[in-house]
Design a protein around this ligand. Structure first.
Ligand code: BEZ
Length: 212
């Protein structure tokens, strides 16, 4: 199944290192980062899972739950978790889905046969509380993800959901934003952006981040 931005993501029930998970029930009203790994006991994945555990506080501050997936079974995951905890000096504080039947991998199109027939690529899905897909990024097996970038995009999504701004190149939380082009009325601009704005071009107006 090809998932596109704005689609409602499919629900599933699958075993995990924290017991059976019904995805919608588990997600509740939170944002979710669902991310897949090629296989257990692989070096890059080991570092990624450790980093996500260390970033738990950052995800929680943003109302985000994280959940990993690898096509191996729960027994294998449980053995791997011990290695992750030992080598990455952290404890795994979120579930890893088991997917030996590839049910979830197929539902979310995480296997790209021309890259590898059996293993999932490094997919990332950011899902909002309405279960809408808001971001997908696909990395090859040989490249570990940058989870700071994923946090950065979540900051942008949560900001732009609540304010009529967009975020420019390389934006990070606290930087100036751009005003959406649809607002043209000077009175509305003054009311919505009381901190003021700079009109670089009529279509390029910069304003301090509204919620800071
Ligand atoms: C890894 O996670 O280290 C990895 C997995 C598959 C291919 C290459 C690296």
């Amino acid at each position: 199944m090809t998932l596109r931005l704005g689609d409602t993501v499919p629900n599933f029930t699958q075993a995990s290192t924290e017991g059976e998970i019904n995805f919608y029930d588990w997600a509740g009203d939170s944002w979710v980062v669902l991310f897949s790994h090629p296989a257990d006991f692989t070096p890059v994945c080991t570092t990624e899972l450790g980093m996500v555990a260390k970033l738990k506080g950052e995800f929680e501050q943003r109302g985000v739950k994280t959940i990993a997936l690898s096509v191996d079974d729960v027994d294998s995951h449980n053995g791997w978790v011990k290695d992750i905890e030992e080598t990455q000096k952290t404890s795994l504080n979120y579930p890893i889905l088991a997917d030996p039947d590839k049910k979830v991998s197929d539902l979310y199109d995480m296997i790209h046969p021309n890259a590898n027939n059996n293993l999932t690529v490094r997919s990332v899905f950011v899902i909002d509380p309405q279960k809408k897909l808001r971001l997908t990024i696909t990395y090859p097996a040989s490249t570990g993800r940058n989870f700071d970038e994923i946090l950065r995009v979540i900051d942008s999504l949560q900001l732009t959901d609540n304010h009529q701004v967009a975020t420019p190149v390389n934006w990070k939380d606290g930087d100036d934003c751009v005003i959406v082009p649809s607002i043209k009325d000077p009175a509305e601009l003054k009311e919505k952006f009381p901190k003021g704005y700079e009109e670089v071009k009529p279509y390029l107006r910069m304003t301090p981040q509204p919620n800071k």
